[in-house]
Design a protein around this ligand. Structure first.
Ligand code: FRU
Length: 472
């Protein structure tokens, strides 16, 4: 669950406002002038990518939650629209997903129409008759996502739980298939699987967890197949966000590989096995949470977006009036690694036209004995410095943001975070570094590991140089 939202420190906002313009990213979506957190309802429909998002339409910190709405045709240029599903005094509209009900299973569509159906968590407030309860509800659109109507018989799935949320719904199978919902019983660290033929009635199928990282609660699950390279097989990827207790501290996103038969997810090898385990972190930085994928992306692509912040300090980051950004859209594929394991590799969708986003592609020495620093700076000693260090002995890449502009707004923010060097030839490591306003994403060896971090330099990070560093 979210920490209680904190008000910005007195006096913090005018200063932050002055510092904000160069911090607003271009290809990472931000809300115009409000707060956002998790991506919701990611859907491709009629040539348009829809990004809904957790949005406090009244302010710059977490608060009453609605579904904001943005669209894009190229996945890097987003237009924000009116709030799609507004909160009410009785109901906060928590995270969930959206589907195109092309078979009109729910019966919302008239002749010639396709209903888009949002499946979201109703988080009932103290003003409701069910304070604290979380249940799953529907809203639908008959005009390609422009306007949304709540289903009259909400909620459609209610277990009386106060920690049952974040439904991801997708169609499983062909014409005689069915809808699958994965959601969480957050405090139990469990993914719960339900099925339905009409989106209105849901039957329990199975549960998964607790497993792997369980120090925090589980949130925002996703489940999807990816092709196994060099075969006709697929593996299913179960994505689960965790808060706190993630690899870099605070909130983060893990995944499990396994199989799914329309009812039950079975992980291949778990961490208590003596064999290598088939789970990992989707990102090793501090700022990648609640990542979920688009339904119905063209050409079978599996495209994801994460929220580029961390619940430890999300309410305190120094931008105003907008606060928090999404990650870049990432395309996911499975890769067979030198150690024999299958891993998820992530590739950023980058602007094709010239843009303010800076992308650096580098081949950096990383053989045993090598230690190289990639230094990003504004060219001005006071502007801020971000250091990415490759250590050929430790087999790590670390990202140090402790000297990069504003860091002291929260004790958990100034951090040095590490990812393992997994791929490569043992002599060099390929880095793709994307710098866009206050977000830096580092893709290591074709995205076998990624590090996503927020930075708040006093001036834009425009220059990059390499420094071999002395032996320790
Ligand atoms: C994850 C989360 C979800 C919840 C939403 C509320 O960041 O806590 O579990 O639905 O945020 O904004």
């Amino acid at each position: 669950m979210n920490p209680t939202p904190t008000a910005p420190a007195p006096g913090a906002e005018p200063l932050a406002a002055a510092a904000t313009p160069h911090l607003r990213p271009v290809a990472h979506f931000t809300a115009r002038d409000t707060w956002l957190n998790d991506p919701n309802g990611l859907l491709h429909h009629a040539g348009v990518y829809h990004l809904f998002f957790q949005n406090n339409r009244e302010g710059s910190t977490w608060g009453p939650m609605s579904w904001g709405h943005a669209t894009s045709t190229d996945l890097v240029t987003w237009s924000e629209h009116e709030v799609a599903i507004p909160n009410t005094p009785e109901e906060n509209v928590f995270s969930g997903s959206a589907v195109a009900d092309v078979r009109n299973t729910a019966g919302f569509a008239g002749p010639g129409q396709t209903a888009l159906v949002a499946v979201y968590t109703s988080a009932y407030t103290s003003a409701s008759s069910r304070p604290g309860i979380q249940a799953q509800s529907l809203a639908y659109s008959l005009d390609d996502g422009r306007s949304w109507t709540r289903y009259a018989d909400n909620p459609v799935l209610d277990t009386g739980s106060s920690d049952f949320r974040d439904p991801k719904v997708f169609w499983y199978g062909g014409d005689d298939g069915h809808w699958v919902m994965v959601a969480v019983q957050a405090v139990d660290r469990q993914v719960v699987v339900y099925s339905s033929t009409d989106l209105l009635h849901w039957a329990p199928e199975s549960t998964f967890g607790p497993a792997h990282a369980v120090e925090g609660i589980w949130e925002c699950p996703d489940l999807f197949p990816l092709a196994v390279p060099g075969t006709d097989d697929t593996k299913w990827v179960l994505v689960v966000s965790l808060n706190p207790g993630a690899v870099a501290g605070g909130s983060g996103t893990q995944y499990f590989l396994g199989d799914f038969d329309g009812s039950t997810f079975t992980a291949d090898r778990l961490c208590d096995s003596t064999e290598p385990a088939d789970h990992d972190w989707l990102d090793y930085g501090r700022d990648y949470y609640a990542a979920v994928s688009f339904n119905d992306a063209p050409d079978g692509r599996r495209l994801t977006i994460g929220w580029a912040s961390n619940w430890d300090y999300a309410n305190d980051t120094p931008t105003h009036p907008w606060r928090s950004a999404m990650s870049l859209v990432r395309e996911l594929r499975l890769v067979r690694c030198p150690d024999g394991r299958l891993r998820v590799a992530q590739h950023p969708v980058l602007p094709q036209a010239p843009s303010a986003v800076r992308v650096f592609d580098l081949e950096v020495p990383s053989a045993p004995g090598d230690r190289t620093e990639v230094v990003l700076s504004s060219g001005d000693p006071d502007g801020g410095t971000l250091t990415i260090a490759l250590d050929g002995d430790e087999r790590t890449v670390t990202l140090d943001r402790t000297r990069c502009g504003a860091v002291d707004f929260h004790p958990a923010f100034p951090s040095v975070d590490a990812a393992p060097l997994i791929g490569g030839d043992g002599a060099t490591t390929h880095l793709t570094i994307v710098v866009d306003g206050c977000i830096v994403e580092v893709y290591v060896d074709g995205g076998l590991a990624t590090l996503t971090q927020q930075v708040f330099p006093h001036q834009p990070l425009t220059t990059l140089h390499l420094e071999p560093s002395p032996a320790r």
